[in-house]
Design a protein around this ligand. Sequence first.
Ligand SMILES: [Zn+2]
Length: 174
Amino acid sequence: MKPRIRIGNGWDSHEFKRGIPLKIGGVTLPHPKGLGGHSDGDVLLHAITDALLGAIAAPDIGSLFSPSDARWRGADSAVFLAEALKRVNSAGYDVGNLDSTVILAAPKIGPHTPAIRTRVAKLLRIPEDCVGIKAKTPEGMGTDNAAIAHATVVLKLKPSKKPRSKVQPAKRKT
Ligand SMILES: [Zn+2]
């Protein structure tokens, strides 16, 4: 029997590069530097994608969307998350809730948290009150030129469809 609940955890980091858009949680934030990477560098969506894949013990984001594959150059990371969610659903699970932490020195994420939460909830198809987005500054870690994201998801087994009760066909009156 499948477990009723599964948990997944994901982690990612990307380095800041000048002159590219900064995308976090599917939202473009105003900042002179963005996160470099093969795709759009969305560190939060990558961590969430890995958490979803990890929860069903599927191969991780790098195995599914190889950085050496030209198809994913500059790709919208929402595509990766959608594929992970599809796999979660076909494994028989729905997302229960997500909690996440983004760690970066600048820009301040706080003012953008509501927009990020709205976007991530929509991508995961869960209510906003099931999406936690927290932001921290990397004090004393010497990682001012990078952004890090942690994500934890809980999956719930989809309710099984009740087998139809066998109804005896009515006997025809003779
Ligand atoms: Zn990444």
